[in-house]
Design a protein around this ligand. Structure first.
Ligand SMILES: C[S@@+](CC[C@H](N)C(=O)[O-])C[C@H]1O[C@@H](n2cnc3c(N)ncnc32)[C@H](O)[C@@H]1O
Length: 426
């Protein structure tokens, strides 16, 4: 090609679509990306929403990260309002053959089209489509009385009314007009997305641990505050928030659970300082250490853990570079820890000196139950924001993984960190 021809290097179609939104609305672009990159064949009718692949993929990848430690040969999820494309189940099942879906849809045309898309990709053994009704339950648990699920997901209809759709057509609220060629049933629901998600929260209070993680995407940042307040009112403290950023488009997702499993902060908190009031308390606590000697610090930590009789731990040596905003970190040691009771508080240590204080049987019962699981990661941080004066240091990140009692985790971390700092300081 001619040297001055700018198309000598073919344009990046996704960047182009970001700069020229009408392209995003192009069904052929979605169909082509799904075919080329995932071997998925879909047909999306012209009068139904066309899902942008990068955004939908972001949601699936986040769920994959959350479920990455799930054992077993199946991961079972529910997609509420799967749409004509059935994009979430198709993508997820193509990416990992262990995934299974129940997908719901109220709109007849989208239901029929989703059924055909699932069949065309030979995924009918992995994805079960359920015809829902607008006034019926959002979660189809009653149809699967013996099943438990790993997650629910949803991209809810987000507008409250036709007037709101029209008001947003200039692109202020969501995607530009060209993209919003969906049917009303896809885009409008009484009370908008916030009311839809609140319905899910209400239903989840009944179904509780039938599902490990309840999640939903949110198209409007303004929905977040009301939903967090609703979770707080209902005393659902185990929740998280993330954001999906693709070019100029930003979306959010909320996640909550009634189980003891806790999310690491990188999956359940957004770092943006202006919205910290909406974030759940931190599950990852960072402690800088004065020593720069890795073996000293590792030995000090292991010694502090070995001195706690209710604690078992498994250290793992790793060498993995991880990027954290502007800083680079080297993950060096990963220690998995379980505790069967509190043996680190002052009261617990006093009791241990006087074993008659606790009856034998109570001790045995306690010892058989894990009350807290967490991980300690030793990392080497390079503070690169001041490049002239690079500062290296060792830190330990303590991440709460399981338990009901946040105070127990906090007191464990402060005990172990204090002991390790005293023993490793040079
Ligand atoms: C914004 S679209 C999302 C479609 C698809 N999941 C996606 O991300 O492209 C919302 C979908 O939810 C469906 N829907 C609306 N109310 C529903 C309900 N009560 N139960 C199940 N689906 C519903 C709509 O018909 C529509 O297909």
């Amino acid at each position: 090609m001619h040297v001055r021809n700018p198309y000598r290097n073919p344009p990046d179609i996704l960047l182009l679509a970001d700069a020229y939104p009408a392209l995003k609305a192009c069904r052929r672009l979605t169909e082509a990306l799904l075919k080329r990159d995932f071997n998925i064949t879909v047909q999306i009718p012209d009068d139904r929403l066309c899902p942008p692949v990068p955004n939908r993929l972001n949601y699936i990848l986040w769920l994959q990260d959350i479920l990455s430690e799930t054992l077993g040969d199946q991961i079972r999820g529910i997609d509420i309002g799967t749409g004509a494309s059935a994009i979430y189940p198709l993508l997820a099942c193509r990416l990992d053959s262990r995934w299974r879906f129940v997908a719901t849809e109220i709109d007849e045309k989208s239901y029929t089209c989703a059924l055909s898309n699932i069949g065309q990709n030979n995924l009918q053994g992995h994805i079960e489509l359920v015809r829902a009704t607008p006034d019926g339950p959002l979660f189809p648990f009653s149809l699967f009385p013996d099943a438990t699920f790993d997650f629910t997901m949803c991209n809810p209809p987000f507008y409250t009314s036709k007037a709101e759709v029209e008001a947003s057509a200039d692109g202020k609220l969501r995607e530009p007009k060209a993209v919003c060629t969906g049917a009303e049933v896809e885009m409008i629901t009484p009370g908008g997305e916030a009311a839809f998600v609140k319905r899910m929260i209400d239903e989840s209070l009944d179904s509780q641990e039938r599902c490990r993680w309840y999640t939903s995407m949110l198209g409007k940042f303004s929905s977040l505050a009301g939903i967090v307040e609703y979770l707080n009112q209902r005393e659902i403290s185990n929740y998280g928030i993330t954001e999906f950023v693709q070019g100029q488009t930003r979306r959010w997702a909320i996640i909550w659970s009634f189980t003891k499993t806790r999310l690491p902060d990188y999956l359940g908190r957004i770092r943006n300082p202006t919205i910290q009031h909406l974030m759940p308390p931190r599950n990852t606590l960072r402690q800088p250490f004065s020593t720069t000697n890795l073996s000293r610090l590792t030995a000090a930590l292991e010694n502090a853990l070995a001195n706690l009789d209710s604690v078992t731990f498994a250290p793992n040596t790793v060498q993995q570079t991880v990027a954290v905003s502007d800083d680079e970190e080297l993950l060096l040691t990963d220690i998995l820890i379980s505790a069967t009771r509190n043996s680190w508080s002052r009261a617990a240590r006093r009791k241990a000196k006087n074993p008659n204080a606790a009856s034998q049987s109570a001790m045995e019962i306690e010892a058989s139950t894990v009350v807290m699981r967490c991980r300690l990661q030793i990392r080497r941080v390079v503070h690169s924001h001041d490049r002239a004066d690079k500062q290296e240091g060792l830190v330990v990140d303590a991440s709460w993984m399981e338990g009901q009692d946040r105070a127990l985790f906090d007191s464990f971390v402060s005990h172990v960190m204090r002991k390790a700092e005293m023993a490793s300081a040079e």
